[in-house]
Design a protein around this ligand. Structure first.
Ligand code: AMP
Length: 395
């Protein structure tokens, strides 16, 4: 009997669930449940993207993650038929200082992950709700937690620390870095598409609604633009990115803003949305063409270029630059703007290959190879879950 691995990515009001065959990790289905507690809606697609089912609830629909996942898995049961669920992989934003690898979640691990909630209050509780719900729906099936922080755990002290008193570092106030599952996936793809540079000095620009960049040497992360939380570094759809902490002190003392108001400002009202006054979506800004939309894009590009320089310094040179995620994969103009005038760094874009969205988009003479590689965090999670299961003598 063939088996499947389920991959759950549970956010605040949405849940993504993907189904992979254990055989070759073929993608069989993808379910998106949105509007939990507000206007619940569910859509299921097959591996090729064709819509299999759609459902919306007017009143009295699933009100929490558990109820939403119960709907999702009720739909899934006849779809899976004879196929057995052998493991459920979960995207978990925070693994704390310890976890450099995925783990099977037992009661002790569940409590340890709950203690990390204060480090990622906007994500971790939902990730844990997903684990609890799936453990209840599939008793006995291993629940595997894959951490966004894990890939960065080998950072040297200087990339891990803030210039704060040492006791705070010891208590866990560190630069953890995020988007690790995406970077790990891209690292693996590089071995396939460009083996000669996969072991070199690589910067991956994960430019999506959340955005960060990662410096990778010999397949290992050595630094990243995200820090203690996923709000640091590059500006994002609605998040500030890097900010002088003095601005927060000023807003607290001069404006009386409290933690809740600052959280809203930093996470929901800033970045591309805040600067443009229009939208968090790069497509909207590219289409709008207003002065503020242009300035928002220019700020995003400027910050990415600065981080490119900084991470190149951390790596001691650069062999490859990889663009990935929504903007990185789909916006040739943003890629071109980030690479423009970077010949001093050995970066020369091939305009035609860039416009066509090819895998290699550097000009033939470019010292640095520039690539466009679609990311696939869910496949990374599925492959971790299966590997862990097999290491424990599973299917
Ligand atoms: P993600 O979070 O990886 O799904 O990325 C979402 C971001 O990618 C949004 O800002 C989108 O506007 C952007 N994006 C997706 N497709 C395009 C495109 N064709 N051109 C420009 N930006 C895009």
């Amino acid at each position: 009997m063939s088996g499947v691995v389920l991959v759950v990515n549970a956010g605040s009001s949405s849940i993504k669930l993907e189904v992979f065959a254990t055989d070759g990790l073929a993608r069989l289905a993808n379910l998106l449940f949105e509007g939990i507690g507000v206007r619940p809606a569910m859509r299921a697609k097959d591996g090729a993207g064709a819509v299999l089912a759609e459902r919306m609830w007017a009143e009295g629909g699933p009100a929490d993650h558990r109820a939403a996942l119960a709907e999702v898995t009720a739909w899934l049961a006849p779809f899976l038929g004879e196929r057995r669920v052998v493991a459920v992989g979960h995207r978990v934003v925070h693994g704390g200082p310890e976890h450099a690898l995925p783990i099977v979640v037992d009661a002790a691990a569940r409590s340890a992950l709950a203690r990390l909630v204060p480090l990622a209050p906007l994500h971790q509780p939902h990730n844990l709700a997903g684990i609890d719900a799936m453990a209840a729906l599939y008793p006995g099936v291993p629940q595997v937690a894959c951490f966004d922080t894990a890939f960065h755990r080998g950072h040297p002290f200087v990339a891990d620390a803030f210039g704060l008193p040492r006791t705070l570092y010891d208590e866990g106030i560190r630069r953890y870095g995020f988007h690790g599952l995406s970077y790990e996936y891209i690292s693996g793809r590089l071995v396939e598409v460009a083996p000669e540079i996969a072991a070199g000095r690589v910067i991956v620009a994960h430019l999506g609604n959340g955005a960060s960049m990662c410096a990778i040497r010999q397949g290992r992360s050595i630094d990243s633009t995200m820090g203690f939380t996923a709000v640091d570094g590059l500006p994002m759809g609605t998040r500030t990115g890097q900010l002088d902490p003095g601005v927060m002190l000023h807003l607290m003392t001069a404006r009386g803003m409290d933690a809740a108001a600052l959280t809203r400002l930093l996470y929901n009202e800033s970045g591309l949305k805040g600067l443009s006054g229009l939208s968090s979506d790069m497509r909207d800004l590219e289409a709008a063409g207003t002065a503020q939309a242009r300035e928002a894009i220019a700020y995003f590009v400027y910050r990415a270029r600065k981080e490119l320089g900084a991470l190149t310094a951390a790596l001691g040179g650069l062999d490859a630059l990889v663009f990935t995620a929504g903007i990185g994969e789909n916006s040739p103009t943003t890629r071109a703007a980030i690479c423009a005038g970077m010949e001093w760094l050995g970066i020369a874009l091939d305009d035609r290959a860039n416009a066509a969205g090819e895998t290699v988009i550097s000009a033939p003479g470019s010292r640095v190879r520039i690539l466009r590689i679609p990311t696939d965090e869910e496949r990374m999670i599925a492959s971790h879950a299966l590997a862990l299961l097999r290491a424990r003598g599973g299917p």
